[in-house]
Design a protein around this ligand. Structure first.
Ligand code: ADP
Ligand code: MG
Length: 439
């Protein structure tokens, strides 16, 4: 295989020299093979759109080189860039970018007229493209007469207008319901497999990576790692590893560290007021329990056993309560891992029941009342957190935000506490799957 796109030490700034200066790409070097299906994956603001625009010649880079089909586009004038884009790269935008004053057919034919095709020829080819996307009967309609899914299909037809070798798609599923999103994914795969197009997609949703062959992980303007996906199985692994480790390639160390960390935090939290020795001892056995090395009744017995005999020395009632609490965490981590696997395999499947169970657990010791609307908002936040659409900080914010701003409207302290609980079960979801799955 040969590289169709090559980035060499690319830097890109917005507002350079102003107080609002942002370096959106930092020394990015990579190659994209002809015929590959590539995704840039990472949290909002990490530079995904910028990298797409840079390699499409829309955003001007400040340092480095970008070769497309052997041409260094850093050296092209604006006019040359415009022509380059029309013939080499088809762009599918998240916001569809359809011209409202033109019909569907005219929108698709427009890029063809830019490269000098005559109107009859352009319209004939535009019709063929619309037919391929099952949109031929909408040829004479305007944007306002179309659903979101239909608009996206027009956007795709237009991207294909000049038969470019490379198709670039910026969050192509972002504004679509699950059925339409699935159709778009199917179509992208078809373009890659049957038409041999090189596809470059940007996404922050792990499930939309299912057909992708190469994933570039991004964080803060840096490409932090690259993974090749071969089978469905390794794809699911790659994605869950990524979700568990938040872009850190040192997978196992990170997972272990997190487990250690959450055990420490949890021990200090659960044994407030106890001596350091007792807390340390508790932490040790808690880790054993979380790793699945001891069972719950053994754990409870150790908590109750006198300190001198190697136990933690808690009184019976407390030992029982703590063991039960930890059991809840173990179970929820296990559930969450199972839900991850479902999301990865069947992204369209609703996970309402699973989310509701997590919500019930999180709210277990919350004394206030929760309205139906609040419950729905919490469920949305849990689902978004699990799919890594939002960070733990954003999760807290959503719970804390007033209801009129579509938040849940809880007090900040409650929001923080519930968020902590959510993180407790999220952080161990990966590592817990092995030994505990068989308990
Ligand atoms: P992503 O697509 O991953 O969400 P972007 O590429 O849009 O990220 O943005 C990367 C960074 O550059 C962000 O910090 C964003 O705020 C900033 N940025 C993006 N576009 C502009 C712009 N036109 N002007 C100033 N800053 C921008
Ligand atoms: Mg973006």
């Amino acid at each position: 295989m040969s590289a169709i796109i090559k980035l060499e030490n690319v830097d890109l700034w917005y507002d350079k020299g102003k107080p609002t200066e942002v370096q959106a790409l930092k020394n990015v070097s990579l190659e994209i093979e002809k015929g590959d299906y590539v995704a840039f994956f990472g949290p909002s603001g990490c530079g995904k759109t910028t990298i797409l625009y840079a390699l499409s010649g829309i955003d001007h880079l400040k340092n480095g080189n970008i070769f497309v089909n052997g041409t260094n586009i850093a050296g092209l004038s604006n006019t040359e860039l415009a022509i380059f884009r029309q013939t080499n790269i088809g762009i599918i935008f998240q916001q569809f970018n359809i011209l409202p004053s033109l019909t569907v057919l005219q929108n698709v034919a427009l890029p063809m007229s830019f490269v000098g095709k005559n109107p009859e020829e352009s319209e004939r080819e535009a019709r063929i493209l619309l037919k391929r996307l099952n949109m031929d009967e909408y040829a004479d309609r305007y944007q306002f007469e179309l659903s979101g899914g239909q608009q996206q299909r027009v956007g795709i037809a237009r991207a294909l207008a000049n038969n470019p070798q490379v198709i670039v798609a910026d969050e192509p599923l972002g504004n679509l319901d699950s059925v339409n999103a699935k159709n778009v994914l199917e179509f992208l795969r078809e373009l890659n497999e049957k038409d041999g197009k090189t596809i470059i997609m940007v996404t922050h949703e792990a499930w939309s990576l299912r057909d992708v062959k190469t994933i570039h992980y991004m964080k803060d303007g840096i490409v932090t790692g690259t993974k090749k996906q071969t089978s469905q199985h390794t794809k699911a692994d790659a994605i869950s590893a990524h979700l568990a480790n938040e872009l850190d390639p040192a997978k196992t160390e990170m997972a272990l560290l997190k487990n250690e960390l959450s055990a420490r935090v949890l021990s200090n939290f659960l044994l407030r007021g106890y001596s350091m020795d007792e807390i340390r001892r508790f932490e040790f056995h808690l880790k054993e329990r979380l790793k699945g090395k001891i069972k719950t009744d053994e754990f409870e017995e150790i908590l109750d056993r006198p300190f001198k005999e190697g136990g933690v020395g808690l009184w019976k009632g407390k030992a029982k309560r703590l063991a039960q609490y930890v059991e809840g965490i173990v179970e929820k981590r296990h559930d969450i891992h199972a839900v991850y696997q479902i999301i990865e395999k069947y992204p369209e499947l609703p996970i309402r029941d699973e989310v509701k169970q997590i919500r019930d657990w999180i709210l277990l010791d919350y004394k206030g009342a929760v309205s139906h609307e609040q419950a729905l908002s919490i469920d949305q936040a849990i689902s978004d957190r699990m799919r890594n659409f939002i960070s733990s900080g954003q999760f807290t914010q959503v719970l804390d935000m007033p209801e009129r701003k579509h938040g849940v409207g809880l007090s900040f302290r409650t929001a923080e506490r519930l968020s902590e609980k959510m993180e407790t079960i999220m952080s161990g979801a990966e590592t817990i799957a092995g030994p505990l799955a068989s308990l």
